[in-house]
Design a protein around this ligand. Structure first.
Ligand code: NAD
Length: 352
């Protein structure tokens, strides 16, 4: 018997294909009639469909969402929001657009409806990472958690294959670290293993046909489950490393997760053999860390920090930063061990 405590963050989820048609109803359900729509130029087509679905409850638009949620961008968007007297926010896009929405909600307490177009999972977490003067600071608050998420599989059909692969592995990372989290419970375990299976099944199908709707549905469903895990239990070494590398060396978010995950798993594997066995089973491979690496290679994803632009001279500082403050992780963290891990990730070596 396992003793546990489980808290589900209170968000409403609508899932399917063509669900953008329910957007206006969802906005009105929250009592909103003057919406600020957030997006970015690469998702202009999706934004047009959202605009059409919102009709005359749309009051203003801002399409300048940027990676790592810089406060200057938030301040610009806040001016648009205030000028339009908006009473609700709708965001269509990846984690960056969701981040902007959360930053605005934190400042205004307005309700948010998120329409995700990647697999980052941020839409179901009460966490926000903002960048001020080059430093990314993370905070958590109930005001940050979006009220409603409208998952529309059709909106993910345009996600280019390289981003599909890295964003899918970003979701996989939430699931993997949830399974060996000190706070793991039977509910998150099930969600995480379901997410791992859906990602392992869906990604190869999308590599063959990026418009495969069933595979897209698997990935988006997995993104939701993995996002729930991220929201519910504490993450470990992998997320700490990616946060350090993204924040201090400005490496791209999903790509960094893709490179680091097999190495972080290999580091932790000796401490959690049973968890790794369950992940391997869900992936359908004999060994979990090398199985994830091989999956990424087979999908043409990035395998080295070098190719992401990480300077070799920064590895020692990254190892130091990632071990400077203690945090829960199944295996003890040593600067030497993490330096070795980072060297393997920088070179792109297959973990053994
Ligand atoms: P992103 O939102 O920056 O998107 C990457 C690129 O893909 C952008 O140019 C975007 O416009 C484009 N794009 C997105 N969807 C598309 C689509 N369907 N078709 C074509 N192009 C599309 O990247 P991301 O990985 O989704 O999010 C990364 C950000 O989210 C980081 O800042 C990260 O810190 C944050 N994040 C936060 C949490 C949290 O819980 N707070 C969780 C995960 C990620």
């Amino acid at each position: 018997m396992r003793t546990f405590a489980h808290t589900s963050p209170p968000s409403r989820v609508v899932f399917g294909a063509g669900t953008v048609g329910r957007l206006r109803q969802e906005v009105e359900r929250l009592g909103c009639s003057r919406i600020l729509l957030l997006s970015s130029p690469p998702v202009a087509e999706a934004a047009a469909r959202v605009r059409e679905a919102l009709g005359d409850v749309l009051a203003a638009e801002f399409d300048g969402a940027a990676m790592h949620t810089p406060v200057e961008v938030t301040e610009q968007a806040l001016e648009v929001l205030t000028g339009a007297a908006a009473d609700g926010i709708v965001a269509v896009g990846g984690g960056s657009t969701t981040g902007l929405s959360k930053a605005l909600a934190l400042r205004t307490d307005l309700p948010q409806v998120i329409v995700p177009t990647t697999y980052a999972g941020s839409e179901v977490t009460p966490v926000l990472g903002e960048t001020r003067a080059g430093r990314k600071v993370t905070r958590s608050s109930p005001a940050i958690l979006p009220e409603t998420v409208v998952y529309d599989v059709d909106f993910t059909l345009t996600l280019p294959l390289p981003m599909t692969v890295t964003s899918g592995v970003n979701a996989l990372a939430h699931a993997v670290e949830a399974l060996y989290s000190a706070d793991a419970d039977p509910v998150t375990d099930q969600q995480a293993l379901d997410a791992v299976s859906r990602i392992a099944r869906g990604l190869p199908r999308l590599a063959a046909d990026p418009a495969d709707r069933e595979a897209r549905a698997d990935l988006l469903h997995a993104a939701w489950l993995a996002g729930n895990c991220l929201a519910t239990v504490g993450m470990g070494l992998h997320h700490k490393l990616c946060h350090t590398l993204g924040g201090s060396f400005d490496l791209p978010h999903a790509q960094t997760h893709t490179v680091v995950l097999p190495h972080a798993m290999a580091y932790n594997a000796p401490a959690v053999p049973d968890v790794m066995r369950r992940i391997a089973e869900a992936l359908g491979v004999p060994d979990a860390p090398s199985g994830v690496y091989d999956l990424v290679v087979s999908l043409g994803g990035p395998t080295s920090l070098r190719e992401l632009g990480m300077p070799e001279s920064g590895l020692a500082r990254a190892a130091e930063l990632a071990t400077s403050t203690p945090y829960p992780n199944p295996r003890e963290l040593t600067t030497e061990g993490i330096a070795q891990l980072l060297d393997g990730a920088w070179q792109g070596r297959r973990p053994q």
